[in-house]
Design a binder for this molecule. Structure first.
Ligand code: PMP
Length: 416
């Protein structure tokens, strides 16, 4: 179990007051998480103590920054059970990680008549790049639909995953409605037909134990900023034997071994995929975030998410008649995110009322426009939880929603 009041002391921003002294209630961690002091301090330490470009200098500071940068890469590798730190490529974020695969591996491996399979839950980051690959390559993009409870409908999965399938690219945990997908089972089905597997771990890696060897995926993409780390740093894991055969993405400094005026050869892994000066401070900050998460234990982080989600779903029952709550009802099949909509209250109005009470939620389509449209609404209100949130904050959310329903609802909100 997490000691949440102790954890909260590590996050300076959580003592912030907004407007006329409302304590900040941060329920927007699916957009970006807050940062503990140790992460902030690791970045300050880097700039104050050993700021220097990596892999380039013979001087003391470059040696120090390179060691810290590569140490952070090893922490990431260990955190997700990668076979080697050579499989970890630093990127800017999940979006860039997925685009890297679309611009490299997919160019060599997707051909006319092939199929790429994604799920109906995808963030635009794991949909739009594949739309382009499919269009350019004359391949077909197929979608695993949703069941009634908004988990994946796997009734036709053995048709959807077939010998033409070359890639199954799927989100492990939906940022929009919280559904957790059975990626391991789907990866096994993909393997059976020789398809590659990409997992969008933007919402799973920060919130639950994720092990690439256990899932047996070829690619895993995630972002530092959603897991207590800084912005501008992300990760692409690629299975070693695939990475060895992949063409570089960006070309320039640091990714080369030998260069003549006519030609160039490539550096060894993983630097072949990291052209130009990388985000050293970001990588070091992400390493500190991983230390923090390891100190808590990812099982505990996941259990806390599940407990908060269960508390939210139980409390929201009070508004069951009026509020549509999306995602599977079983907290084991979803966690960390509660997305909802009231027919008489626009999510932006709801978000504004909550904001005045210091409660930050996200309203909109959450970069899952096709999914939110398929729910039959223009937008939803989304509360997303993390390791620093409490049941009391969930209760404050419920009170705020009831207040908004009193303002805007057509006779609604009487339950409170
Ligand atoms: N996939 C999912 C599931 C996400 O939640 C997000 C961020 N909301 C992304 C991809 C994109 O992450 P980033 O903006 O850090 O690239």
């Amino acid at each position: 179990m997490l000691d949440v009041s102790k954890i909260r002391e590590d996050f300076p921003i959580l003592s912030k007051k907004v407007y006329d002294g409302q304590p900040l209630i941060w329920l927007d961690s699916a957009a970006t998480s807050q940062k503990p002091r140790s992460v902030i301090q690791s970045i300050v330490d880097y700039y104050e103590g050993f700021n220097a470009n990596v892999h380039r200098g013979v001087h003391a500071l470059s040696i120090e920054s390179t060691a810290a940068f590569e140490d952070a890469r090893q922490k990431v590798a260990d955190f997700i059970g990668a076979e080697s730190s050579e499989c970890i490529i630093w990127t800017r974020n999940t979006t860039e990680s997925i685009n890297l695969v679309a611009h490299t591996w997919a160019q060599e491996n997707i051909h006319a008549g092939d199929e790429i399979l994604v799920t109906a839950l995808e963030h635009h980051s794991n949909l739009v790049p594949w739309q382009k690959v499919a269009r350019d390559k004359k391949a077909t993009l197929r979608i695993i639909p949703l069941a009634k409870d908004q988990s994946l409908d796997l009734s036709e999965i053995d048709t959807l995953i077939n010998p033409r399938t070359k890639l199954v690219a799927m989100v492990q945990k939906s940022n929009s409605i919280g559904t957790t997908n059975p990626v391991k089972e789907l990866a096994a089905k993909a393997r059976a037909v020789g398809a590659a597997v990409l997992v969008d771990g933007a919402q799973s890696v920060p919130h639950m134990p994720v092990d690439v060897a256990d899932i047996d995926c070829d690619f895993l993409a995630f972002s530092g900023h959603k897991m207590l780390g800084p912005t501008g740093i992300g990760v692409l894991y690629v299975k070693h034997d695939i990475l060895e055969r992949m063409e570089p993405f960006l070309r320039g400094g640091d990714m080369v071994l030998e260069v003549s005026y006519e030609d160039a050869s490539w550096n060894s892994l993983p630097w072949r995929f990291e052209a130009g000066t990388p985000n050293m401070a970001g990588a070091i900050g992400m390493g500190a975030a991983i230390d923090y998460l390891n100190g808590l234990g990812m099982e505990n982080v996941r259990d806390h998410d599940i407990q908060l989600t269960k508390h939210a779903l139980d409390s929201f029952k009070e508004l069951e008649e009026e509020l549509e709550i999306y995602g599977p009802k079983d907290p084991a099949l979803r966690s960390g995110v509660v997305s909802f909509h009231h027919p008489d209250v626009h999510p932006h109005d709801l978000g504004t009322v909550l904001d005045r009470r210091g409660i930050a939620i996200r309203t909109g389509h959450h970069c899952t426009m096709p999914l939110v449209r398929s729910l039959g609404v223009p937008a939803t209100a989304r509360a997303s939880f993390y390791l620093y949130n409490t049941n009391e904050e969930v209760d404050a959310l419920l009170d705020g929603i009831k207040e908004a329903l009193r303002y805007f609802g057509n006779g609604a909100g009487t339950a409170g």
